[in-house]
Write a protein that binds this ligand. Structure first.
Ligand code: GLP
Length: 235
């Protein structure tokens, strides 16, 4: 199974962003990129910087983000909607952008709506980061393989790590809407970026080559087109 994941080692996050840029450019040039799944987190900052500074044309590309906190309005600098506007959507034109609505009055209905839109659109590429506990999107340890978009309860580990980035004394929400494992694996191509020592345990789990539901990154082993871009020497 392991050989299905292609690892690309780079020297820096900026070089990793360059790799992603070249991959996206080729897909666009070959008319293979119409629906792009996007991610948030500090890992994505150099990626979006590279894309916004490039001449790439996304005006025919529809995007779907992985996740959003419950209860944060798009005006909150801590929301993923705000992050995406600030880092990408205010600087590049897309055909359409989608983020789950964490302010929806009925969250289960919103999850079902989002999942249906996603399945209807069909993701060509899904960009991913990884949490220190191996989560992808907000699929925390124990999330089943057949999960669709759902309301996730964040673990103490994730609350601790992610709250460091929270501004204005806003409290980090304990729940989020997230694409599920099945939603993510439905993309034709998956590209995960992981930089820094804190991500080593998660990547080592992938290298072990066994699916472990307590490290949801290992579900990527069930997909046959995965590229992992990292600055870690995993040998
Ligand atoms: C959050 C997001 C994940 C992301 C992770 C890593 O938990 N829900 O999608 O991969 O953060 O963040 P960072 O890139 O800041 O390490």
């Amino acid at each position: 199974m392991m050989e299905k994941c292609k690892f690309i080692q780079v020297n820096s996050p900026e070089q990793g962003a360059d790799q992603f840029y070249h991959l996206i450019k080729e897909e666009l040039e070959n008319d293979r990129l119409h629906v792009l799944g996007l991610a948030t987190g500090s890992t994505m900052i150099p990626v979006y910087k590279k894309l916004t500074e490039s001449a790439l044309d996304f005006s025919n590309v529809t995007t779907f983000n992985l996740d959003e906190y419950v209860g944060l309005p798009a005006s909150s600098p801590n929301s993923y909607a705000y992050f995406m506007k600030d880092n990408l959507f205010n600087k590049k034109t897309f055909k359409e952008t989608n983020i789950p609505d964490g302010m929806a009055s009925d969250l289960d209905t919103e999850c079902a709506r989002y999942e249906a839109a996603l399945q209807n659109a069909k993701l060509d590429i899904q960009l991913l980061g990884v949490g220190e506990n191996g989560h992808i999107a907000f699929n925390e340890p124990g999330t089943p393989a057949d999960s669709a978009t759902h309301v996730a309860t964040l673990t103490e580990s994730t609350l601790g790590v992610n709250s460091q980035y929270f501004e204005n004394d806003e409290k980090i929400p304990e729940t989020a809407l997230t694409m599920g494992i099945a939603s993510i694996l439905s993309a034709k191509k998956l590209v995960l970026l992981a930089f820094g020592e804190k991500k080593r345990p998660a990547l080592m789990k992938v290298l072990e080559g066994k699916v472990d539901k307590d490290w949801t990154i290992t579900y990527l082993l069930q997909h046959d087109d995965v590229t992992i871009i990292t600055d870690l020497d995993l040998k």
